[in-house]
Design a protein around this ligand. Structure first.
Ligand code: FE2
Ligand code: FE2
Length: 279
């Protein structure tokens, strides 16, 4: 399986515009006009980006009418995150029916928002951007889409065993496939040349203690967002269940007990915003 993923044959590729966007964004001299010019080469992406930028998840002011305005208002990091998720939604159409894609994206978007929030409050790893962590949260389960589409039989068996045994889905995947959906997603994002801390975080989101020391804190944050969203009404197939509770994962991040309830209370609002963004 690792070989198959490494070769990457038949795996979805990034649309040209999103790939070029990476390159432009890696160039620190690039301004909003250059970023907008790359996106505008892809009319379908432009349309979807403007719709997303105007959803309640991102826009709290006047209507955004152009890509340049969207870049100016939301910032290049946020624009990169939105373009990436739009590309992933398109790369994995809802065909085979073994995963409910609406539920998948609702869970993913909620985990993305919670990840960015927790990062802003508790994160300290240097050189990491909040918007990139939003991307990591948003794409943390992208491996499930690959398993559903390319490894249907093994995935089905892993899910069956999860239901029979009550064990965690990621553990059953490791047993049946040799790696879990986090590792599968991390390999795809690595191929897409996303920053290493995004792919490493996705790889380790169910077992943050296995991450290399420099990626451990951010992996813990995505894991905490996953546990919180799963417990507070944005679950996906029970895949986000963990042996620790929301309170415990927050305490591990250094959250004082009196702040816990306020963080958990944000999940329904995040789910609402996610719903609108995905519509
Ligand atoms: Fe997961
Ligand atoms: Fe998840």
């Amino acid at each position: 399986m690792r070989d198959l993923l490494a070769k990457g044959e038949n795996l979805p590729t990034l649309p040209a515009a999103v790939f070029q966007l990476h390159k432009v964004l890696d160039n620190e001299m690039a301004g909003p006009a250059q970023v907008a010019a790359v996106i505008e080469r892809d009319p379908a992406l432009t349309g979807r980006l403007l719709r997303a930028a105007n959803s309640a998840a991102f826009n709290r002011g006047d209507r955004i009418g152009s890509v340049a305005a969207a870049v100016g208002r939301l910032g290049v990091d946020q624009i990169r995150a939105i373009c990436l998720v739009l590309a992933v939604v398109k790369a994995f159409p809802n065909r085979s029916g073994s995963l409910d894609h609406s539920l998948f994206w609702l869970h993913s978007a909620a985990v993305g928002m919670m990840t960015e929030h927790l990062w802003g409050r508790f994160g300290s790893t240097p050189g990491v951007s909040g918007a990139d962590l939003y991307t990591a949260g948003l794409l943390h389960d992208v491996g499930l889409l690959i398993l559903e589409q390319y490894f249907q039989r093994d995935f089905h068996e892993a899910r069956h065993e999860q239901m029979e045994s009550g064990r965690r889905l990621w553990q059953c995947e490791e047993e049946h496939l040799g790696m879990d959906h986090g590792a599968v997603g991390g390999l795809l994002l690595g191929r897409w040349t996303l920053p290493a801390y995004i792919s490493e975080t996705v790889t380790n989101h169910h077992h943050p203690d296995q991450a290399e020391p420099e990626y451990r804190e951010i992996s813990r944050i995505v894991n905490a967002a996953e546990v919180i969203c799963t417990e507070q009404g944005a679950a996906l197939l029970d895949e986000g269940g963990a042996d620790a509770t929301s309170e415990e994962v927050l305490a591990e991040l250094g959250c004082p007990p009196e702040e816990t309830a306020a963080i958990l209370d944000q999940v329904p609002t995040m789910v609402e915003r996610a719903r609108e963004f995905l519509n």
